[in-house]
Design a protein around this ligand. Structure first.
Ligand SMILES: Cc1cc2nc3c(=O)[nH]c(=O)nc-3n(C[C@H](O)[C@H](O)[C@H](O)COP(=O)(O)O)c2cc1C
Length: 374
């Protein structure tokens, strides 16, 4: 948005100068010279940008080009298969499918099928018959009184605040239309989430929506919302791939009355989500917390989400599951490459295990402890 405003102002100034030069050539020229000389003096004496001090006026070209660089790259340089995290071909066919337009692509793949990391699926010579209904998975062990039948594809956690109210409403209405679930993210349940789609309520270290005045977990507040009809499952967020072990700050400027009410916090002050949970400090504590939340929600499925870091810590959780008999109903595995609303780039780039390795490790470890089928 800021970019667009800057761009419009610059375009307007250039346009105004050109018009002036065309309508009144001499005054227009003098006006232009005065403008450039004033800008030159400003550049020479300002202390914020070295480039402008060394190269008055002309130095602005660098910022101008830098500003429109992403657009130039995207429109003129980027190929259909470049572009991270989602390339242009995928973006295009997502838009086309959403609008129920063309869904096909002529002439075959553009991918390099000889590349080392090329992935492909095995088909059968005996294709299955078309299914009457989309496949689903039942979530909830024997301790669950309200198991949930989940779609295989769902909407991962993204809070209101990281996303706008329109985005949250659209996602929830999409979840209703497509019969899949919508994870609230750790920012609590807003009225925009309540559009009829199934919800998974995520509980992060800030306990937003079930938070006591000292920032700790409040069982009574949790119980009330966890028993809402639309909430189908509870997800304890241990960590997120893009910023594992980091926590977060909701800055006072963003903490308005509406967000504060949804999160159950005081408005207009900085709110810290600590890196770890205050409700537990070790594997057994985590499982006891799972058990507590399942009881408070009257038997809804309770699981946890993590990005794998120390393998030993995950092994420890599996050992404790066997020892205590308390089983989470699901485990969400995030990867270091996962998205975020905001994270320091060092965390996004260098902390946590990538998703494929993490999923293989988690599945192998669960199998080793005979837990996968449960
Ligand atoms: C804008 C945005 C906000 C997110 N907020 C949360 C969050 O509140 N809690 C969480 O556990 N993960 C959050 N995530 C991470 C996603 O839930 C997901 O784990 C990650 O993006 C990997 O999935 P993907 O490969 O489908 O993007 C967020 C991601 C994005 C892009």
């Amino acid at each position: 948005m800021k970019q667009a405003i800057k761009f419009t102002i610059i375009a307007f100034l250039i346009f105004a100068v050109l018009i002036c030069a065309f309508v009144w050539p001499l005054p227009g020229f003098i006006g232009l010279v005065i403008l450039l000389v004033t800008l030159g003096f400003y550049d020479l004496f300002q202390k914020k940008h070295t480039i402008l001090r060394n190269f008055p006026v002309i130095g602005h070209m660098r910022y101008l080009l830098e500003m429109i660089g992403p657009e130039l790259h995207q429109y003129f340089v980027e190929s259909g298969t470049d572009g991270k995290p989602i390339d242009k071909n995928h973006r295009t066919y997502i838009y086309e499918r959403a609008k129920e337009q063309t869904q096909t692509h002529p002439f075959g793949t553009e991918l390099n099928v000889d590349a080392d990391d090329y992935k492909w699926m095995q088909h059968s010579i005996y294709p299955a018959r078309k299914m009457e209904t989309a496949p689903r998975v039942d979530i909830g062990g024997k301790d669950c009184q309200q198991p949930y039948s989940a779609s295989l594809f769902n909407i991962s956690a993204m809070s209101f605040g990281a996303l706008s109210k329109n985005a949250v409403m659209a996602l929830n209405m999409g979840a209703k239309a497509g019969d899949f679930f919508h994870d609230t993210g750790e920012g609590g349940i807003s009225k925009y989430h309540l559009r009829g789609g199934d919800l998974v309520w995520e509980i992060g270290t800030g306990y937003f929506g079930c938070r006591a005045s000292d920032g700790k977990f409040d069982a009574e507040k949790f119980k009330e919302k966890a028993n809402w009809e639309q909430v189908k499952m509870i997800e304890i967020k241990i960590s997120q791939g893009a910023k594992p072990g980091h926590g977060g700050v909701l800055p006072a400027a963003k903490n308005n009355e509406e967000i504060a009410e949804i999160r159950g916090i005081q408005p207009h002050i900085d709110i810290i989500s600590p890196p770890g949970h205050s409700a537990f400090r070790n594997a057994e504590g985590l499982l006891q917390f799972v058990k507590q939340l399942r009881q408070l929600s009257n038997g809804k499925p309770v699981g946890f989400k993590l990005a794998v870091g120390s393998k030993q810590e995950f092994i420890e959780i599996c050992k404790k599951i066997v020892e205590t008999g308390i089983k989470p109903d699901f485990i969400t595995v995030d990867g270091a490459e996962g998205g975020t609303g905001a994270a320091p780039i060092d965390f996004s780039n260098y902390v946590g295990m990538p998703w494929e390795d993490a999923l293989i490790f988690v599945v192998d470890t669960l199998n080793e402890y005979n837990l996968k089928k449960k």
